[in-house]
Every structure is written in C-alpha cells, then in structure tokens.
Design a protein around this ligand. Structure first.
Ligand SMILES: [Fe+2]
Length: 378
C-alpha cells in the first residue's frame, strides 16, 4: 500500500508514459559512447560553473576546469558589473589566448555554453523547474562548505545514486538511532512527487527530521546541537524563506522536507525545507571516472553555536555522500563485465531512466546532424 497519493494512472511510470523495458547501461561503460557524449552533450549544453558570489575576491574572477571539454573556463566580473567568460584554447587550436564563450546567470548561478553557434537561451534550456524556483533567497546563503572527490565511475551512475531516494532507509540505516532505523526500514521510502521537464527531472521528499517529532529519534550530538542531516533545526532569519517560490513542494504536503532537481546534464540542486541548499556537479574525466563536487550553502552563522550547527550538517552530509558513493566503483566494474547488460528499473527510478534516455537522445540528435563521412572502401 502506498503511503502517499500516486497519480490517477496508478504509477509515476504510467503517468509520464515511461518505457518499462529493462534498460541498457552500455552508455556508462563504452569509451566510444563517452566520446560522443563529450561532443553531443558537454560541448553543447549550458553548464553550471558555480555562483556569482565566487567573484567576490580581489581579482573579481574565478576558474572552473571542464576536463570533458578539454578546457578551463575563466569567469570575470567586468567594471560595469557585467559577467564575461572565457575558455582556454583546446589542443590543435592556434594561439594561446583565452576565447570568449557564451555566459548567462540564473538566480546567481553562472552558466556557460561552449558552443559558439548555440542559439538556445539559458532560461529556455533550464525550463519550468528553474522558473518555479525563482525568488528563492539563493544569494543569502553565503556560508559555503565544499567537497570534491575523484570517483571511479561514469558520471551518470553517481547522478543515478542521488536521483532515487528509496535506498536511504537501508543504505543510511546507521545514521539513525537503531529503533528509528528499524522503523524507517519497515516503512520504506516513497517520494511525494516526481516531475519531468525536457531532459530535466525532479523528486520531492518528506522531511520531518528538523526537528524530529521525538528528540530521542536522533543521535545525542544532533539533540545537543539541534542540527543533523536535514540541516540546523531552527530556520535562519532570511527574508524569502517564509514565502517559498511556487515550484517548491509541488505536492503541497505538510511534511515536505526537500526538492531535488537534476538539471541536465550534470548539475543538481537540492533545496531543503529548513532553509539551505546543496549543489552537486559531476564532471567526467573519462568514460569510467569523474570529479564529483558537493557544495552546501547556508545563511551566514550569527555566532559559534550557529557555526557548530552548520558543521554538524556538513560532516553528516559527507558521511551520507560517502555511503552513497561507496558502491559506485563496484557498480562500474560490475557493468564492465557485461555479464548482465540490461536492468529493470522501478517506479522510484524514473529519474534514472529519464537521465540515460535524455543523454541518449542528445547523442542520437548529434549523430544525425554530424554523420561521419562514409569512405567505404569500394
Ligand atoms: Fe543517499
């Protein structure tokens, strides 16, 4: 029996008319396919390269490596306040100077597009989810905690691991006190809502842990600090948090906890009910490797207690992320054996199928317009 209402069709899969056939993971283990993704996806899509607050330094500039496109992007704030971006020349390009690239900003998030001929605007590309988030006080969350790691898996596999939540009660069981953990495991996980828009996807989840109904549900350190995985229990005093933008909590559920967005191709945004947000970036470095960046954004702490509350949230996040990423290199190795090539995906994995399908569509579209010249030996 489901805990939360499902769409009238009976499942999210049917609601969105999603294919139910077992899905091939060849797209995550093929070096040739990765080469196509580099051109079809990363050389052509709007890519998030951080936030405007990163320009708050003496030089008013910062850089972001984009190894998958053989380049480094330099973001610069001009004297008039405008933002420009440049990329380093690629192998084989003449000259050594930086080349201007398309840049645009949405709600303080800086995006570049490495395709000079791109005509799709950033807003158009980000779609409905971005419009629904406009007005959230992203710019007030200037206390930043950042993790970066080199992961031995295809970039899509880590997004898969974060795009379904039903693993949480089992995989993260040790994060809760044992009574609570048993309860969560028997209850299982169900999302409040899923939504798809173009190549993007989102899942909305219940919360209820900040603060928990019963303080004995959580560990002593969380009780003492009033903070944990869902962030500090007391909302920061930030204008804009009381009246959330219409896109958040799409199920309009009183127990709403967080909304997690996959902005295609490699940018995730997680907005938490207690008043903070996370971003994830997955930068491919090979078909079976990528650099993962996880960044927490919180309101500036007013005192040492606030700061400690944020620290416990940040280290708890790291523990969760280590548990989430622990299986990735094994998954990659298992897939590469090709002993099993196709996998069934369940109703709670629609965002996984949507990501791989969207990536495949981009590759197919690229192939159609960039068919290699066929010099068949006759
Ligand atoms: Fe997880």
């Amino acid at each position: 029996m489901s805990h939360f209402p499902k769409p009238p069709e009976g499942s999210w899969t049917e609601h969105y008319g999603i294919d139910t056939a077992p899905m091939s993971y060849e797209d995550s283990i093929s070096p040739e396919h990765h080469e196509l993704e580099r051109e079809a996806i990363f050389a052509r899509s709007w890519l998030n390269v951080g936030r405007v607050e990163q320009l708050r330094n003496k030089e008013r500039r910062y850089t972001q490596d984009i190894a998958v496109a053989d380049t480094t992007v330099l973001v610069v704030e001009e004297v008039d306040g405008g933002i420009s971006a440049f990329r380093s020349p690629k192998d084989g390009e003449s000259g050594t100077g930086p080349r201007p690239v398309q840049v645009d900003v949405w709600e303080g998030f800086v995006f570049v597009n490495l395709d000079d001929s791109n005509t799709a605007s950033l807003r158009e590309s980000l779609g409905r989810f971005a419009s629904g988030l406009e007005g959230y006080p992203f710019g007030e969350m200037t206390q930043v905690f950042k993790y970066r790691s080199d992961v031995g898996s295809n970039w899509k596999l880590y997004i898969d691991a974060f795009a379904e939540f039903y693993h949480a009660p089992v995989l993260h069981a040790k994060q809760y006190v044992s009574d609570e953990s048993r309860k969560l495991m028997s209850y299982g996980f169900e999302a409040l809502y899923y939504d798809l828009d173009g190549p993007h996807g989102m899942v909305s989840s219940w919360g209820g842990m900040a603060p928990p109904k019963d303080p004995m549900m959580v560990k002593p350190i969380e009780r003492i600090l009033r903070s944990g995985n869902f962030g500090p229990w007391d909302k920061p005093d930030v204008a804009g948090l009381a009246d959330l933008p219409p896109g958040l909590n799409p199920a309009d559920h009183p127990a709403w906890g967080l909304d997690s967005y996959v902005f295609f191709p490699n940018f995730m945004l997680v907005v938490w009910e207690p008043g903070w947000f996370l971003t994830y970036h997955y930068w491919p470095t090979a078909y079976n490797r990528h650099t993962f960046e996880g960044t927490l954004y919180m309101a500036p702490p007013r005192n040492a207690t606030d700061r400690l509350r944020q620290e416990i949230a940040a280290v708890t996040f790291k523990e969760f992320a280590l548990q989430d990423s622990n299986t990735l290199e094994a998954t990659q190795k298992m897939l590469e054996t090709r002993v099993v090539s196709h996998f069934p995906l369940c109703d709670q994995e629609i965002l996984l199928r949507h990501l791989h399908t969207s990536a495949q569509k981009a590759v197919d579209a690229y192939r159609e317009t960039h068919a290699p010249a066929n010099h068949s030996a006759g």
